[in-house]
Design a protein around this ligand. Structure first.
Ligand SMILES: Nc1ncnc2c1ncn2[C@@H]1O[C@H](COP(=O)(O)OP(=O)(O)OP(=O)(O)O)[C@@H](O)[C@H]1O
Length: 241
């Protein structure tokens, strides 16, 4: 396998925007097999807009997006899901009155996944023992961190080739943020590539393999997360050092 085959997601020089307002400028990034890649930036820097383009909700004004080597322009979100893209949305969006188990099973709605349902459910339960413990509990009764794991579990039922996660730490207490980040790391270590979008740069640098830093719609820094942690710009602007 050569390095080109290993690239799952490739964003090439995209400009993105809404009606006449451009919010993302010439952004390129990639996610390879087995990687946990962070995309970080402050409020309104364009992170969610990039995710919307990757999941087919908006089309690039310029540039292109390749998923498993195929250009995705023109594909609808459900077609992206069929091709193996799982989007874990901001705010988790579970059905609070359904049990945890039923919420997770909703992830295996595609016909090709039905045969593997039970096996995949067991995989999710062995990955997140807490989720298994609450299988029969209504999802709305769980803590924010546990609900986030349920949402990730639901996405794994899709047998995804790429998971994109939109601010999974939002609204969680520091203890739960750490648990959720550890869970995401475990998911990546199992072999599922993850694009993790976050404002919480400190946590992302600690758990991801590589990170892209976005400011006002432009990439200002990128590299191995371990190297960025010590970068003067990061220390000054984001870590307050
Ligand atoms: N549907 C929309 N219509 C018009 N402008 C939008 C729309 N969605 C986002 N924007 C604008 O695009 C810019 C980037 O927003 P985006 O949501 O991508 O940022 P973000 O980095 O994800 O921020 P946050 O962390 O607050 O979600 C902002 O100026 C925002 O106001």
């Amino acid at each position: 396998m050569n390095s080109v085959d290993e690239v799952v997601l490739k964003v090439e020089g995209v400009d993105l925007g809404y009606s006449t307002l451009q919010v993302v400028f010439d952004v390129s990034l990639e996610v390879r097999k087995k990687e946990l890649v962070g995309l970080v930036g402050g409020n309104g820097s364009g992170k969610s807009t990039i995710l919307r383009a990757v999941s087919g909700m908006i089309k690039p004004w310029k540039g292109r997006i390749l998923f498993k080597g195929e250009e995705i322009s023109g594909l609808e979100p459900h077609q992206m899901a069929e091709r193996g893209l799982a989007h874990v949305p901001m705010g988790r969006q579970l059905f609070p009155n359904l049990t945890v188990k039923d919420n997770i099973l909703l992830g295996s709605y595609l016909p090709r996944l039905r045969a593997n349902r039970e096996r995949n459910l067991e995989k999710v339960f062995s990955l997140f023992p807490d989720v298994k413990k609450f299988a029969q509990t209504e999802a709305g009764a769980l803590s924010g961190g546990q609900q986030q794991m349920v949402a990730i579990g639901r996405a794994l039922m899709l047998e995804p080739d790429l998971l994109i996660m939109d601010e999974p730490s939002l609204g969680l207490s520091p203890l739960y943020v750490k648990q959720v980040m550890q869970a995401i790391r475990q998911v990546a270590d199992l072999g599922f590539p993850v694009l993790l979008v976050e404002q919480n740069i400190k946590q992302v640098l600690q758990f991801s393999d590589r990170t892209y830093v976005l400011e006002n719609g432009r990439l200002v820094l990128e590299g191995p997360s371990s190297e960025l942690e010590g970068h003067p710009m990061i220390r000054k602007a984001y870590l307050g050092l």
